[in-house]
Unconditional design. Structure first.
Length: 473
């Protein structure tokens, strides 16, 4: 049987034969594309996901839930010597080239509503540098400090891959070497009707969307990135999202704690701002470190206080992780069913082919998008640890066009952070009551990517820079 007939037969056997209903009306080119799409689908995976698809999600049994332990920062009661030792260990790993950076940039950024990959969104207050340039500058700075070329992996999706690569090419890779930046696309999953049928966007097109940031683990393996890491002696992967320019991508302390604990996956937490804040909660469920999504966390639990009057479940997840290469290999290769990330379903309005032969987005939700989440890997990891980060230092995501977590709030948070750094070297800017300076300026990561680096750089500078409107350090 030809490949073509074989694929069609399999779809029929799995009750998905309708995908090829319009086959004879498609052009040769459309047929090739449809076959390619079909061939990329794991039908037995879809089959198992379809079972109980329209059932209500089971609520989690939280009877054995406790707050997760985490390593406190020294200023909040943590052991300063431990932090200093971790710095040394992490720094050594960076200098030895054992660390690589990894950005997940395959999302669709629907809330931001920006025309183009989110990484190409301008975000700094003076130079309006894009998110990708900010991270490129951070990689540049990190390798300058390490004295060694460090690799950077960027996950795109088929929907934004070309544009992302072109953006880097057009900008000459922001002074990085072309061979140290590695792009690969994540997987796509077909959208499913409540009855478990694969939805068609057009006669020759299956409706497919990115398989979530958890798809990163599979994609790192499938793309050959893990194999490349092995050849290069890269053992530790610093994971961050494309929409948070504050993230400290080469944090020696974080890397050191991770390595010292023999952890396979470690995460940063920030103290939740308020009980109902929409972040995942690091918890211990049946003694296993787990992230409970805000939607799964009953408000009565989220607002519980401890003896000191703080929120009991205070550890918010900010999507900053470190993963071991071998852990990624174990989970991403899918060889062990017990170690697979689960899929989460989201009921959405999905553009589909109508009975009139036209494609349209319905007024009501009509199908499920299936996504994996990277934090679901945490319970599968050996010796996972959580360390505390300061929100003002590390977390200001660009999610929305306006209001909370928007470009405006992110620019202000960058300014507040830099004003804090300046304050610690004795430069007092005029600030409003939230710590926002009245002066618009910018500290590029190639000058300093963290407070620690800033203090060193400032000390070395002679004469000291003067901070005025639109100064760029
Ligand atoms: P979000 O969950 O904020 O989704 O992604 P998003 O697609 O960027 O934005 P919305 O929800 O459509 O508005 C958090 C991070 O995970 C990446 C995103 O690129 C972002 O860095 N991501 C998300 C992927 O890489 N792939 C995905 O399938 C989903």
């Amino acid at each position: 049987m030809s490949d073509e007939l074989n694929i069609m037969e399999q779809f029929k056997n799995f009750g998905q034969g309708h995908v090829f209903d319009h086959w004879e009306f498609l052009s040769e080119e459309e047929q090739v594309l449809l076959l390619e799409q079909a061939d990329s689908i794991d039908l037995s995976e879809i089959h198992s996901l379809c079972e109980g698809l329209d059932a209500e999600s089971e609520s989690l049994d939280l009877s054995n839930l406790n707050p997760a332990n985490y390593i406190k920062r020294p200023e909040n009661g943590g052991d300063l010597n431990e932090w200093k030792d971790s710095f040394k260990i992490g720094n050594k790993a960076l200098i030895e080239g054992k660390v690589a950076f990894f950005t997940v940039a395959g999302g669709q950024g629907t809330r931001l509503g920006f025309d183009g990959p989110k990484g190409t969104f301008p975000i700094t207050p003076v130079q309006h540098n894009t998110l990708f340039q900010v991270f490129s500058d951070k990689v540049f700075r990190a390798q300058e400090l390490a004295g060694k070329k460090l690799h950077w992996f960027i996950m795109t999706s088929l929907l934004n891959h070309e544009e992302t690569v072109q953006f880097f090419t057009k900008n000459d890779f922001f002074r990085l070497d072309k061979d140290q930046v590695h792009f690969f696309s994540q997987g796509l999953m077909p959208a499913l009707s409540p009855e478990g049928k694969i939805l068609m966007e057009a006669k020759g097109l299956i409706s497919m969307t990115p398989d979530g940031h958890g798809g990163a683990l599979r994609a790192l393996v499938k793309s050959g990135s893990v194999e490349f890491m092995e050849q290069e002696g890269i053992e530790i992967i610093s994971y961050f999202q494309v929409d948070n320019p504050l993230v400290h991508i080469a944090d020696p302390e974080f890397i050191g704690f991770h390595a010292n604990a023999g952890s396979e996956m470690s995460s940063k937490m920030v103290v939740k701002a308020y009980a109902g804040e929409k972040v995942g909660h690091f918890c211990s469920l049946e003694d296993v470190l787990t992230v409970i999504e805000y939607s799964d966390m009953p408000y009565e639990l989220a607002r519980q206080k401890d003896d000191e009057g703080d929120l009991l479940y205070k550890s918010g997840s900010v999507a900053i992780h470190i993963l071991d290469r071998e852990f990624i290999k174990r989970i991403g290769s899918g060889s062990d069913d017990a170690c697979k990330l689960p899929f989460h379903k989201a009921f959405k309005k999905i553009k589909v082919l109508g009975t009139d032969g036209e494609s349209a987005k319905p007024d009501e939700e009509n199908g499920y998008k299936m996504e994996m989440f990277v934090f679901d890997a945490l319970p599968l990891a050996k010796n996972p640890i959580i360390i505390e980060a300061l929100r003002a230092d590390e977390f200001s995501p660009v999610k929305n066009a306006k209001g909370v977590d928007s470009a405006d709030t992110c620019k202000e948070d960058q300014l507040r952070q830099w004003a804090g750094w300046l304050e610690s070297v004795g430069i007092d800017l005029i600030l409003d009551e939230t710590g926002l300076p009245m002066t618009n300026f910018e500290v590029r990561p190639v000058y300093a990517a963290s407070k620690h680096e800033f203090l060193n750089k400032w000390e070395e500078s002679d004469p000291k820079p003067i901070i005025q409107e639109n100064t760029v350090l």
